[in-house]
Design a protein around this ligand. Structure first.
Ligand code: SF4
Ligand code: SF4
Length: 433
């Protein structure tokens, strides 16, 4: 008789640890904060239910059924349950492992698998390929085709996921990676040297945000080093269950950024920051502990870094407007950062921060969730925007490209007037010209 697997009915490679699942004591404190439970009122779509499913698989009482795989992908990985959980159970992370399992148990069909592999294993690891792939989209916008598609409602006839992708596509500029100087000197009295982790989405879709980040860091007295060899942080791979490629990318970034000898590694993307802070766990057994610890100790979200360093305010100009702040899940729950972005906003003369209800609830983007679970995603977005509207604020501020895309699309769809800004774009308005 063969020995039972220590992973139960999970495949041994990349299975969630039994100890992490066992921590759940079924108290139910997480139920009130879980967006998918709020949407469905279904136990299996709650953190407690998902932990119970994983436990049953780990104990060999349940096969890894399609329903387990579905729940892994229906989880937003928003990590709100971990913030609420007295035992710190990381259901989102357990579900990330379950996504890897799903890929192993039920690989996608040949064409879908080939497309997935191309995106995850070829395109995302290659900044040049990603930049090249945006060229047709930039032409689509430059030649006025996008205007016509939207003006004449042609996008109504596109398949659902494609229509959503078209809808959230913002005006594209030239990617920032090759344009941003590799070294930007500190202004005034130098306070240190930071390595800027330029995320793919920021470079490609929101270059102005990262331009402002580099400008602010320099104005605040830091030399900014932005390596062009930077790779994707691996967050999309973890979300899609490709832990091998995520590890490869993480190892490259680890070597690159430790080699820069900077005081801190700063990012303006909440998703990247969260992934970088989890390299220690992802690379356990694949890289030296001391190096992983040194890397982890340096990673900072830009608001966390500036709040920690102390913000120079002498030269700031007033920005007379009211704003409300949507907290990205990967900042508030993934990194425990709620105060620093508000601190940054509070330092801008003239800005009034109007808090919205449920500011720390997911906006419904959650990576590919917004494309695959469009109805659920839309309901979460409408709930969020109702709270935004109730504040009457002039602008909506956030700190993550995924949220930024989703919120800007929702604002347009609902005919609201508020512009959506990253917190550094708002802060950038206060800098001297
Ligand atoms: S995940 Fe945490 S909060 Fe939710 S039931 Fe389990 S122990 Fe309680
Ligand atoms: S990560 Fe979010 S969606 Fe997933 S179980 Fe936790 S609260 Fe629910």
């Amino acid at each position: 008789m063969s020995e039972p697997s220590p992973a139960g009915n999970f495949r041994p490679a990349d299975s969630p640890s039994y100890e992490s699942i066992l921590q759940c004591m079924r108290c139910g404190f997480c139920l009130a904060v879980c967006p998918t439970y709020a949407l469905t009122n279904r136990e299996r779509s709650s953190p407690r239910g998902r932990a119970a499913l994983a436990r049953a698989v780990a104990e060999g009482r349940l096969e890894f059924t399609p329903a387990v795989g579905e729940e892994a992908y229906f989880c937003l990985d928003c990590k709100a349950c971990t913030t609420a959980c007295p035992a710190g159970v990381r259901v989102g992370t357990i579900m990330e492992f379950c996504r890897s399992q799903e890929q192993g148990f039920r690989p996608p069909s040949l064409p879908a698998g080939a497309l997935r592999d191309f995106i995850l294993k070829r395109m995302l690891p290659s900044p040049a390929l990603m930049e090249g792939s945006l060229l047709p989209l930039r032409l689509y916008q430059r030649l006025g085709v996008q205007w016509a598609v939207r003006r004449f409602g042609i996008n109504r006839f596109l398949p659902g996921a494609l229509a959503k992708m078209e809808g959230i596509l913002p005006a594209l500029e030239k990617p920032l990676r090759l344009e941003l100087p590799e070294v930007i000197p500190a202004q005034g009295k130098k306070r240190g040297r930071v390595a800027f982790f330029l995320g793919c989405a920021m470079s490609l879709v929101f270059p102005e945000v990262s331009r402002q980040t580099a400008r602010i860091l320099s104005q605040q007295g830091f030399e900014v080093v932005t390596p062009r060899e930077v790779k994707c942080c691996g967050a999309p791979h973890l979300a899609e269950g490709d832990r091998d490629t995520a590890r490869r990318l993480a190892l490259t970034n680890l070597d690159l950024f430790l080699g820069l000898e900077a005081d801190a590694i700063v990012t303006d993307c909440a998703g990247c920051g969260c992934a970088l802070k989890e390299y220690e766990e992802l690379l356990e057994g694949h890289a030296d502990h001391g190096r992983l610890g040194r890397f982890r100790a340096k990673v900072r979200d830009v608001s966390e870094f500036l709040a920690g360093a102390g913000i120079r305010t002498e030269e700031l100009r007033p920005v007379p407007m009211s704003v409300t702040y949507h907290e990205p899940c990967h900042l508030v729950h993934g990194q425990g950062l709620s105060g620093p972005p508000r601190h940054l906003i509070g330092k801008i003369p003239g800005v009034e921060l109007r808090e919205m209800k449920e500011s720390n609830w997911c906006c419904g983007m959650a990576g590919s969730f917004a494309l695959k679970e469009r109805e659920a995603s839309r309901k979460l977005l409408e709930r969020k925007l109702a709270h935004v509207r109730a504040t009457g604020a002039d602008a909506l501020v956030t700190a993550n490209p995924g949220c930024h895309l989703q919120l800007a699309w929702g604002v347009r769809e609902l005919g609201m007037k508020q512009p959506v800004l990253h917190v550094v774009e708002l802060f950038g308005r206060a800098l001297p010209a």
